[in-house]
Structures are given as C-alpha cells and as structure tokens.
Design a binder for this molecule. Sequence first.
Ligand code: SAM
Ligand code: SF4
Length: 344
Amino acid sequence: MNTITRNLPEARFPGQLVDRFQRRVDYLRLSVTDRCDFRCVYCMAEDMTFLPRREVLSLEELFEVARVFTELGVGKIRLTGGEPLVRRGIVDLVQRLGQLSGLRELALTTNGSQLAKLAPALREAGVTSVNISLDTLNPTRFRELTRTGDLDTVQRGIEAAVAAGFRRIKLNAVILRGRNDDEVLTLVRYARGLGIDIAFIEEMPLGQIIEHDRSLSLADSDSLRRQIDAVFPLSSEGDPRGSAGPARYFRMHDSPSRVGFISPHSNNFCHLCNRVRLTVSGRLLLCLGNEHSVDLRAVLRQQGYRSEHLAAAIIAAMDIKPERHHFGEDGATEIVRFMNMTGG
Ligand code: SAM
Ligand code: SF4
C-alpha cells in the first residue's frame, strides 16, 4: 500500500478509486490550459475570454494532482486542453509525469500545430500515445473550421509524430453534416496511408455556439460506418472495454489502421466509464455531460496542505460521479462549459 492510502480511513478500496456504480476510475484527463491557437467552430466562440493566471493551476500543482491520482491507482493520464502544447513548460511537465511509477500510459490530445517542433521531445519525455485532431484535408475548409489553423503545418506535425515512433497515433475527426461529411473516406485513406488509427466523433452539445445549429449538423456514427464499410469492409473489435475508451473500433483486413466511432448520441457508453477530468482551474469533473464537480484547487491552496487532503477529496468525489449523461434527450439541459474548459 502506498503512503497516501495507508493514512486514509475513508478509502473503501485502498489503492483504487471506485464509484457508487462499481466502476473503477483509472484514467485522468488533465487539462493543462484553457487557451488555444485555434478557434474550432464546434469548440469555441470566435472571441473567447480565457482564465486569469491566478485561477490556473501551476505546473507544480498539475504535477501534484497527477502524482496523487497515480498513487490512487490511476494508470493512464491524458494531457489535453485547450491546446496542451501552447502551455509554457509543457515538455518539462511531461518529463516529470513520465517518471511517475504506476503510470503505464501518458497520452496527449493535440491540434497538431506544434508537433512538427515538439514531437521528438515529447516522445523522449515519455508520451506514449498521441491523438491529433483533423477534420478535413481541404486547406480552405480547415481554415473555416478552425478559424485560425493552417492545414500544412498540422500535416507536417502529423508526419513528425509518425517519425517520432509513438506507441499509438490516432486522428480525431469531428464530422458535421454538410461541412465535412463528404471527406470521411478521404480521411480514412489518409490514416491508412500513414498506418495510424482514425476515430470519428459526433459533435457534443458543450458550450453555447452560434456558428451553426447543432441539431442540424449532427452526422451520426452509424451512417458514417456504413459509408466506410461499403469501400473498406469493417470488422468489429467488440466490447469497447478492451479498447482505449468509449470508441467502438473496427479493423480493415488490408491495413493496420483501425477506424473508431465515438458516439455519445447514438451509443451510450456510460456504464463503462472509467475516467474523470480535471479542468485547468482545478475543478474535478466527474462526468463530461453533467456539472457534478469538486474544487481541488481550493484543497491544493489551503493552509497546511498535505497530499493526504487531496487524496481524501478525490476519494470522496467518487460518491458524486453520476450514473450517465443525457446528451440528445428531450428536455436535457445543455452544458454551458466549452470543450476547451472541460478538457476534451
Ligand atoms: N486542442 C486539442 C485538440 O483539438 O485536439 C485538445 C483539446 S480538444 C477540446 C479535444 C477534442 O475535442 C478534439 O478532438 C476536438 O475535436 C473535440 N471537440 C471539441 N469540441 C467538441 C464538441 N463540441 N463535440 C465533440 N468534440 C469536440
Ligand atoms: Fe482548440 Fe482543440 Fe478546441 Fe480546436 S478543438 S479550438 S484546437 S481546444
């Protein structure tokens, strides 16, 4: 038993985080910034206000949270944001996280804009897998969807990531009907050409956006799957429990690349949920689609802080993890936080 849980009478399952529905939480998504160099239309408003510095966890505080989570049995951490690679000092943080015993997977979700420069250093520092967002291979559309991004820079970043030799690289594409749903096969071919995975994500109702009507833009996973299957027959990998998360993955017989679908609308995966999220302001979110949360920044900044305080707050938080989200249901409230605040 480690030093933290030994001192905690509250720990019902020493060394493990288990919620009221007997789900074991062993995965933390850690947002390291709310800022970003892009303004993707489904994620942010064009004119965003970001958090003042005093409200943002320092690199030291982020490391402390990560360390305590690993002592409580969390074996996978994903760094996200905002754009994690625009946070100053990110490579140093990764280096420290990479040395945490107990961490078997250190993953990163990025828009790829800084990867051409940083991929080798991140690999060296201990990042094992990288998700790179890519919704289109058309430069004009790329600029429209990201508002500020440059496709060529991101493609060079993707190539640098492939060359750096991460254990796993996956492209993430949010597909919007009438915007980029005609590129599904082009994106699959691109992933196949690089020998990497690709997942298609249904847009989630996070944050109020005015750029498009979400109910009109939803491209559901089943129709995308049928479209791909007609050209590249797909065979299911089965239960998502064995894969990296809520995505359902499929194999193609003539390629190492896998195709995944992340479908909060058409496929409820809450019963398999093994994750929690920490916003960069230190709010521990127990569910992507609910507001249940605990303020860990207040714990970290209290007088006389000790790691045991944080561990106790995290263990207690398991009791308020909701059973499920209600995306897409009539009368369901929209979550008002933006994805960049949530830690996507
Ligand atoms: N900036 C990084 C990136 O874009 O990969 C990491 C953070 S971003 C919030 C994480 C992922 O969330 C991206 O793949 C993005 O496409 C996705 N995302 C953002 N807003 C979304 C929404 N409303 N619905 C579904 N996915 C969304
Ligand atoms: Fe930035 Fe990622 Fe949100 Fe796009 S999806 S605006 S890259 S945080």
